[in-house]
Unconditional design. Structure first.
Length: 473
C-alpha cells in the first residue's frame, strides 16, 4: 500500500496516465473510424518506411538497428513513433584495442582508458566488501571521522533505517561546516522518496541535485545508475544502493547478495566524475579535483561512463578484457543481455580452455527481465560457459575477476542499458589480493547455486524472440 500511495502521489503517475490516454485514443480511433482504415494504413506504411530509412542511415549498434526494424513490423503506428521519437540512438563504439606488446593486462587497459577518457592511474588501498552489512559498518566509521567533504551519488535512496542513520550523520556534518552534497536519480527514487525530497535535504543544510527529473517530454532511459560515496580521501563504489534490503534490514527475494569496495588513497578520479555530474546538473562552475600526492597502495583506474551517446569506456573494454584472460574469468550480474562482441569473446575464451564462469540470480526481482537473463545464460551455457543461479536469494553483485590478478567491482550490469545508456562507475585494479577476494566470494556463491533449468521448445523460441528486442530494453 505504501508503494501504491507513493506511485499515486509521485512522478510516475502522470506519465502512466498519459500512456493510458494515448492507448484509449488509439482504441477509439480503430473503433469509430473504420472507413478511414485503408487510407490510414497507407499513411502508416509510409510512416514506417520513413522510420526504417532513418534507422538505416544512423550510426549505431547493428543489434539496435535490427531490433528497431523488427519493432516497425510488429507494432504499426506505435513502432515508428517509438523508433523516431522515444528510442535512444547510440553511436557505434569506437575500437581501442588493449592487446599490445609488453606490459600487464592492467597497464594496457589503463593506457586505453587514458586515451579515451583521460583517466589517470591512481594508487590506493582497496578492501573488498562481500555484503551490505560489511559496507555499512565501514561506512559509518568513515562518516564519523569525516573532516572536509562528503559526496553521494546514487540511483536508489530509500527512506528507512539505513538511510535514516546516514541522513542524521550527514545533517550533523553539514552543521559542522563540511561540504555535503547528494545526487540522486529521479526515476530510481520515484517509488522510494517523496516528490519534493530534494527541498527537504536542502533545508537540512545538504546540497542536493536531482538527476534528470521526470517530465512527460523527456526520455526515461538515460538514468544515473551509479553507486558512489566519497568521504575525504575514501571512496565506496559497487552495487549497493542506500536502501534497507541491501544491508539486511529488510528481506526481499531471500538473502540479498551484493558487494562493494572501499578505496583509500588517491580518489580524485571519482571526485572528478562526481563534480562533472554536479556542475552539469546545477549549471555552476567549479574547480577540478586535485590528485592526492604520494598515495601508496595498488594501482587502479576509476571507470566513469556518462549518458553521452559515444565515448563510453566499459563496453569497449569488456570484450577485450575477456579475450585477454589466460586462466579464468568469473562474472556476476543480476541482469544479462549482451551485445554480439561480448558473447563472442565469452564463447572464444571458453573454447580456448579458459575457465569461464557466470553467476545470475535464481530468485528474480523483475520476471520479464529474468526471462531474458536466463535466455542469454542458456546461450552461453551451450557454448562452454559454466553458469549457475544463486539460490539463497537475489544476486545483485556486479563484479569480474580475471586470472586471479585483476578485478573490477562496479555498478555496471551486464546488459545493454548499463553498457550503452546509463551513467555508471566502478574500479578496475591490478591487485591479486582483491582479485582473490572477489573470486573466493564468487566461488562460494557459485557452489551455493544451482544449474540452469532447461527450457521447453516453446520457451526457447519465445526467448530467441525476446533477444531480438533486448538492445532496446
Amino acid at each position: 500500500m505504501r508503494r501504491l500511495r507513493l506511485f499515486l502521489r509521485g512522478r510516475l503517475f502522470p506519465l502512466a496516465l498519459l500512456f493510458l490516454l494515448a492507448l484509449f485514443a488509439g482504441i477509439l480511433l480503430a473503433v469509430r473510424l473504420p472507413r478511414l482504415l485503408a487510407p490510414v494504413a497507407i499513411v502508416e506504411r509510409a510512416f514506417s518506411l520513413l522510420a526504417a530509412a532513418v534507422t538505416l542511415v544512423l550510426e549505431e549498434l547493428p543489434e539496435r538497428k535490427i531490433a528497431k526494424l523488427a519493432l516497425l513490423g510488429f507494432l504499426p503506428w506505435v513502432g515508428p513513433i517509438l523508433v523516431l521519437f522515444f528510442s535512444e540512438t547510440e553511436r557505434r563504439p569506437r575500437v581501442f584495442p588493449i592487446s599490445g606488446e609488453g606490459g600487464s593486462l592492467f597497464s594496457r587497459v589503463a593506457a586505453t582508458a587514458e586515451r579515451l577518457k583521460g583517466t589517470h592511474v591512481a594508487r590506493g588501498r582497496i578492501r573488498y566488501l562481500a555484503s551490505g552489512e560489511e559496507m555499512r559498518a565501514a561506512l559509518f566509521a568513515d562518516l564519523k571521522r569525516a573532516k572536509r567533504r562528503i559526496y553521494l551519488e546514487y540511483y536508489i535512496i530509500a527512506e528507512g533505517k539505513f538511510w535514516g542513520e546516514i541522513l542524521l550523520l550527514l545533517q550533523k556534518k553539514a552543521r559542522q561546516g563540511l561540504d555535503v552534497r547528494v545526487i540522486f536519480d529521479d526515476f530510481g527514487c520515484s517509488l522510494t522518496l517523496p516528490r519534493r525530497y530534494a527541498k527537504s535535504l536542502v533545508s537540512r543544510g545538504i546540497k542536493t541535485a536531482v538527476f534528470s527529473r521526470l517530465r512527460p517530454q523527456r526520455g526515461l532511459t538515460r538514468r544515473d545508475h551509479r553507486k558512489l560515496f566519497l568521504i575525504d580521501d575514501v571512496c565506496y563504489t559497487g552495487g549497493i544502493n542506500l536502501a534497507d534490503e541491501y544491508v539486511g534490514e529488510r528481506i526481499r527475494f531471500g538473502r540479498w547478495k551484493d558487494s562493494a569496495v572501499r578505496i583509500s588513497g588517491d580518489v580524485s578520479g571519482f571526485e572528478e566524475g562526481f563534480l562533472q555530474t554536479w556542475y552539469a546538473l546545477t549549471r555552476s562552475k567549479g574547480a577540478h579535483a586535485r590528485p592526492k600526492e604520494k598515495a601508496d597502495g595498488v594501482p587502479f583506474c576509476a571507470l566513469f561512463d556518462g549518458t553521452r551517446r559515444d565515448g563510453r569506456l566499459f563496453p569497449l573494454l569488456l570484450p577485450q578484457l575477456i579475450a585477454s584472460a589466460k586462466k579464468s574469468v568469473c562474472l556476476s550480474s543480476p541482469y544479462l543481455s549482451l551485445p554480439h562482441a561480448v558473447m563472442q569473446a565469452l564463447f572464444a575464451a571458453a573454447a580456448s580452455g579458459v575457465d569461464v564462469r557466470l553467476m545470475i540470480p535464481h530468485i528474480p526481482d523483475k520476471k520479464l527481465v529474468f526471462f531474458l537473463t536466463r535466455t542469454y545464460a542458456r546461450e552461453l551455457a551451450e557454448r562452454g560457459v559454466k553458469v549457475r543461479e544463486y539460490t539463497p536469494g537475489f544476486l545483485h553483485a556486479k563484479s569480474i575477476a580475471i586470472d586471479g590478478e585483476c578485478a573490477l567491482v562496479s555498478s555496471y550490469n551486464l546488459d545493454f542499458r548499463s553498457l550503452y545508456v546509463q551513467a555508471e562507475c566502478g574500479v578496475f585494479a591490478e591487485d591479486p589480493a582483491l582479485a582473490a577476494a572477489v573470486e573466493r566470494d564468487f566461488r562460494t556463491c557459485f557452489e551455493e547455486g544451482c544449474p540452469l533449468k532447461k527450457a521447453n521448445p516453446f520457451m526457447r523460441a519465445l526467448g530467441r524472440l525476446a533477444m531480438l528486442f533486448a538492445p532496446l530494453t
